[in-house]
Design a protein around this ligand. Structure first.
Ligand code: FER
Length: 275
């Protein structure tokens, strides 16, 4: 897939040189992808035994998360074991990427995702590109996949937090109620963090249903049925609305699959093997 991706916004630093032969498989290849002045930290992991071209999955963490979380690295490693390269990315205001958490918005994450997809399209060894994201990252891949439906071969939203826009319009996020027409400048978020009011203003404009309707490719949704952060009904509703979606519910599991991560990996492995 040779693309006419404009290169001027993309700066790669770190170990990755564009040559598969020089990729150290298991260490992870740290790099930075520039998105309009914001440095995004990413890691490219190649599949075992790859000596030519292969498909690639971009893997995106959730709200307050990062690319080294247990469930993110486990999914990435599982994909590497069955022949997929993975590109894990820390999104704006998260992990080792630029930007302040307080200033992150879903638009910023969405443009990050579009930039990373364009970077992946420019890699010589990449055949097909898939998107996988957890929670807020799951909603991000639903939106980005719809925008680039001609390029993205399949989507794996894990416990997708696509209730965020609806909740922002109603004025109830992070377990707190607020007036959706008079949004506070800062909302206390998890830990000692604060979330900027612009996050809420941006979220209020997003309609994930439109993105679901615009994506015809194959989708796998995985959701724990005891998810404490994103009710499992959202996974079910999204799966019913997508035209071509498999849904795997994990009985008794929570938001980050602390109890049955192995079942999440089994679901991803089985679905990806059919591609
Ligand atoms: C919320 C519930 C869940 C919320 C965000 C999330 C900003 C995201 C969770 C995740 O990405 O893991 O009310 O508000």
């Amino acid at each position: 897939m040779k693309s006419a991706v404009p290169r001027e916004n993309i700066l790669i630093t770190g170990k990755y040189t564009g040559s598969i032969a020089r990729i150290d498989n298991r260490e992870g290849n740290n790099m930075y992808i520039m998105d309009d002045g914001i440095r995004l930290n990413a890691k490219l992991d190649m599949p075992e035994g790859c000596s030519g071209k292969c498909p690639l999955v971009i893997v995106i963490h959730g709200f307050t998360g990062h690319m080294e979380e247990r469930h993110i690295t486990a999914v990435s490693r599982t994909l590497n074991e069955i022949g997929y390269a993975t590109l894990r990315v820390d999104m704006y205001g998260h992990g080792n990427s630029g930007g302040k958490f307080e200033n992150h918005t879903l638009y910023k994450w969405l443009t990050n995702a579009l930039t990373v997809i364009d970077y992946a399209r420019g890699l010589d060894f990449v055949t097909d590109i898939y998107l996988c994201g957890h929670s807020q990252g799951g909603m991000t891949v639903m939106l980005a996949g719809a925008m680039k439906h001609d390029v993205i071969k399949g989507l794996i939203p894990l416990s997708p937090a696509w209730m965020i826009p609806e909740a922002a319009r109603k004025g109830t996020l992070l377990g707190q109620d607020f007036d959706p027409d008079h949004i506070p400048d800062i909302l206390p978020a998890w830990g000692d963090r604060g979330l900027g009011g612009n996050y809420v203003r941006v979220a209020q404009t997003i309609h994930v249903e439109d993105a679901i309707d615009r994506y015809d490719g194959p989708v796998l949704i995985v959701h724990g049925d005891e998810d404490e952060a994103v009710p499992v009904e959202y996974g079910i509703r999204a799966a019913e609305r997508y035209k071509n979606c498999s849904l795997v519910l994990i009985p008794g599991d929570n938001h980050c699959y602390d109890r049955h991560l192995d079942q999440v990996l089994d679901a991803v492995r089985a679905w990806m093997r059919e591609r």
